[in-house]
Design a protein around this ligand. Structure first.
Ligand code: NI
Length: 392
């Protein structure tokens, strides 16, 4: 690496307090997906103060900024949106907006993205260029990543990285995983129909409740035997509704649920397979069924080469103790849209608090802000390394 790692460490140390301040400013005024106008403005202003031009999207929520000159173009993605949660942390910079909270660390992701951009700008004479993509609506479906990609946000970008806070890893550590790291997330509604009737005579009609029960128990079991056991799949029902009283068989029973997979091929095969299995389960019992299967977010599948390069960069600047192995999550992350187009990887940034346990999407969620400097050092070094790679 051409840049002295001591320079990277000292610039990151200098930039980190500004990033912490930005994180707190964003944290105070959380905005939901596609409404991140003030957050985008804060990012634009922070970048402009460091002499970095950015392009705000026409919607006003989300922006892109390039740092560097000629050479390979690589990307860093940060998400901007908050959640409809009423913050309970009691922090001095807690949300000032009732019912809205940065409970997934996107405030930190954005502040770290800005910090890395400023650090790279200050370092100068880069081996390439970095495209910073600050995207709206990660928490929504459809999400902002897909939208920005369609608008050309990653045109010409060779590879892309992102990080997500992880309350189970201590600050100073970064979690790495090759292959799938987050899951796909699809939703479905299965409707079981029959003529309805008296519970005394199920043989004269169709026992829709019983048929729905067969779907609930057989569908996951059948999938278990039809899907490669090395490709985890999780089909879980979240809502079952049918009938009004104990002595009437209803005409309709509705089953809602989600289907999650860590494997792209499995994910792609799900809509047809579930349709077929549901029809096969209900047919012998005389019921009819409709399946509304809503294909959602793809899994994030980390590229082996990008993971290896970033792991090398992180261990060179922070030491091998900073590198942790991490597991895949069955949660979804719309960064996957970018990785369907170009190689890249998502990393987990340790943000565990010293004194208490918190989880993402909790009203008590918080991060150890020491992780912000770690994120800037690691991200800056990783992007320097990726810019210098041969992507041809
Ligand atoms: Ni998140």
């Amino acid at each position: 690496m051409d840049h002295d790692l001591d320079d990277v460490r000292s610039i990151a140390k200098r930039v980190a307090p500004r990033a912490v301040e930005l994180r707190r400013a964003i944290h105070r005024r959380p905005e939901l997906g596609r409404q991140e106008f003030a957050t985008t403005q804060l990012v634009e202003r922070s970048l402009a103060n460091a002499g970095i031009d950015s392009l705000v999207r026409s919607t006003g929520a989300g922006l892109i900024a390039d740092v560097g000159e000629a050479g390979s173009l690589v990307g860093f993605r940060a998400d901007l949106d908050a959640l409809p949660i009423h913050e309970q942390t009691g922090l001095p910079f807690a949300s000032e907006l009732p019912g809205l909270m940065h409970a997934c660390g996107h405030d930190a992701h954005t502040a770290i993205g800005v910090g890395i951009a400023i650090a790279l700008q200050e370092l100068g004479s880069l081996p390439g260029r970095v495209r910073f993509v600050f995207q709206p609506a990660e928490e929504l479906f459809p999400g902002g990543a897909d939208e920005m990609m369609r608008e050309g946000a990653i045109d010409g970008v060779e590879a892309m990285v992102a990080l997500h806070v992880d309350p189970t890893l201590p600050p100073g550590q970064i979690g790495f995983k090759t292959g799938p790291i987050t899951s796909s997330s699809d939703r479905f509604l299965i409707t079981v129909d029959g003529p309805g009737g008296h519970t005394a005579r199920p043989h004269d009609t169709v026992d829709t409740i019983f048929v729905a029960g067969q779907v609930i128990t057989q569908l996951p079991t059948m999938l278990d035997r039809l899907i490669d056991a090395r490709m985890p799949l999780s089909l879980v029902f979240g809502r079952v509704q049918g009938g009004m009283v104990g002595n009437v068989i209803p005409t309709t029973v509705e089953l809602n649920g989600t289907c999650r997979s860590l494997d792209r091929d499995t994910w792609e095969s799900m809509p047809k397979l579930i349709e077929r299995l549901v029809q096969d389960i209900v047919a012998p019992l005389g019921a009819t069924a409709t399946v509304l299967y809503e294909v959602g977010i793809p899994p994030v599948v980390n590229d082996q080469f990008v993971v290896a390069e970033v792991e090398y960069a992180v261990s060179s600047v922070l030491g091998t103790h900073a590198v942790a192995l991490t597991h895949a999550s069955l949660g979804a992350e719309d960064f996957s849209y970018f990785l369907q187009e170009i190689p890249g990887a998502l990393f987990r940034l340790g943000t565990q608090l010293p004194d208490r346990k918190t989880d993402l999407h909790s009203a008590w969620f918080d991060i150890d802000e020491a992780a912000i400097e770690v994120g800037i050092v690691a991200g800056t070094t990783a992007l320097l390394r990726l810019m210098a790679c041969d992507w041809s």
